[in-house]
Write a protein that binds this ligand. Structure first.
Ligand code: C5P
Length: 227
């Protein structure tokens, strides 16, 4: 990681709209984008394909260390299109099954440290916008600007529901609500890199804001830091 490349981190729970905000921000600034959740989702997919069990921490960490991941830039509805070992991966990583499997895998210290170098590799001029759960606390603690987005579980379930339906992915709102609460619990209470705001992060509660409203606040912080 180079100290001369500016980094902005966007962390928060699932369904809060980090991906969309990160995409807009990276597009406005002309910076690179790291969707770190996609890495955990890709590992979830690869482990399923290669039949590595969910309780096999060592096997999962080894698989993580061998993953060759790159991103093709996407759009507002899908911020990045990942390639795993050179092969484009479709919507199969975006469903809730894969998200849940990713969150179970993400508990393991061996997996997290195997993915650290991969994440640092995305730092590149003119700058990086990184979204996830531990971007500001663990992966990029020296980031120039750290944002933590929150929203009520109900608002997040509604947003995720709309996002999945817009992509033609089947979803049930009550089930999504349950899964979001479960995933929050797991992400917040895990022993390593839990979902918490960095002490120097700017908190934005997005429950009653639309995308433009959130973006305006983020851009104000960006300008204030002279980025
Ligand atoms: O953000 P997304 O929903 O794609 O992330 C899927 C899962 O990957 C999360 O629920 C979380 O458990 C894990 N994750 C993580 N650290 C990150 C990004 C995602 O633990 N930086």
């Amino acid at each position: 990681m180079s100290n001369s490349v500016p980094v902005i981190t966007l962390d928060g729970p699932s369904g809060v709209g980090k991906g969309t905000i990160a995409w807009h921000l990276a597009t406005k600034l002309g910076w690179h984008l790291l969707d770190s959740g996609a890495l955990y989702r890709l590992l979830a997919l690869a482990s399923k394909q290669q039949q590595v069990a969910l309780d096999d921490e060592q096997g999962l960490a080894q698989l993580a260390s061998q993953m060759d991941v790159s991103f093709r830039s996407g759009d507002e509805s899908c911020p990045v299109y990942p390639l795993l070992n050179g092969v484009a991966v479709g919507d199969e990583i975006r469903n809730e099954n894969c998200g849940n499997r990713a969150s179970q895998i993400a508990r393991y210290p061996g997996v997290r440290s195997a993915l650290l170098g991969l994440q640092h590799g995305f730092v590149s001029l003119p700058g990086l916008v990184a979204d996830g759960r531990d971007m500001g606390t663990v992966v990029f603690p020296q980031a120039e600007l750290k944002i933590f987005l929150s929203a009520s579980p109900e608002a997040r379930a509604q947003r995720r529901y709309k996002q999945l339906r817009d992509k033609g992915i089947d979803a049930s709102l009550p089930r999504l609500s349950r899964e979001i609460v479960e995933r929050d619990e797991r992400d917040r209470n895990r022993a390593i890199a839990p979902l918490i705001p960095a002490s120097d992060a700017i908190d934005i509660d997005t429950t009653t804001l639309d995308i433009e409203g959130v973006l305006a606040r983020v851009m104000a912080a960006v300008q204030q830091r002279g980025l």
